[in-house]
Design a binder for this molecule. Structure first.
Ligand code: GLN
Length: 219
């Protein structure tokens, strides 16, 4: 018998000064994801920028950005209706005005709609890694939010295919990644549409974040 993670028992966690409600449909926001919020805030200087939180889950990342920078326009999106509902609930309880959309990856953007920045913590655990995850994660947290295909890179590849058409030139994308995915994600973004790659580490000195800028090139 394994006990559920405390966050599912109490129903919420503290994340970047916000109280974020979670349930078994949403991944529990991890402490290290606060670092991604910090990295993004340091690099978003444009006032009233449009920021998309893709694969928003409970809404933690996007809501944290909005909480820290009220001038930003936040769109948060997820394919799971339960996550969309939870993000709306968390936006309301924290008094944050954001837009929440349901849909598959970048298809949530309307025809011709552009964004200045994107923050994204997609499922990135590999199929084989999933079997070795701690039972406290594997037995209780949503598989849909965790597994990113056989090499963990499925969602980054899918997102890169379309991202250059919606991210404004000079805009940046902030990703959380699995600890072994640094080289793989660098390769995905190794084409002239992208520049200024940064691979950053978490508290355990493991590769955990990847930041990339949209170059001035149009193909
Ligand atoms: N960091 C999570 C874990 O340790 C995985 C999050 C994700 O796949 N986006 O299980």
């Amino acid at each position: 018998m394994y006990n559920p993670p405390p966050a599912y028992v109490t129903g919420s966690v503290e994340f970047y000064n916000l109280k974020i409600e979670v349930n078994s449909s949403t991944l529990i926001p991890r402490l290290e994801s606060e670092l991604l919020v910090e990295h993004a805030l340091k690099r978003i200087s444009k006032k009233e920028a449009i920021v998309l939180d893709l694969c928003c889950g409970s809404g933690a990342l996007g809501l944290a950005l909005k909480g820290a920078r009220r001038d930003l326009h936040l769109i948060l999106a997820d394919i799971s209706p339960d996550c969309v509902a939870m993000t709306k609930k968390n936006a309301k309880s924290n008094g944050l005005a954001v837009e929440v959309r349901e849909g598959n990856l970048l298809e949530v953007l309307k025809e011709g709609e552009e964004i200045d920045f994107m923050i994204c913590n997609p499922p990135y655990v590999t199929t084989s890694e999933y079997e070795t995850l701690d039972p406290s994660v594997r037995l209780f947290e949503p598989k849909l939010a965790l597994v990113g295909g056989d090499d963990g890179l499925f969602f980054y590849r899918e997102i890169e295919k379309r991202l250059s058409t919606v991210l404004r030139k000079g805009g940046k994308a902030f990703f959380e990644i699995g600890k072994d995915l640094g080289e793989g994600i660098k390769k995905i973004f190794n084409n002239p549409l992208w520049c200024d790659q940064e691979l950053l580490q978490d508290y355990a000195s493991l590769d955990r974040f990847f930041i990339v800028a949209r170059s001035e090139i149009t193909l």
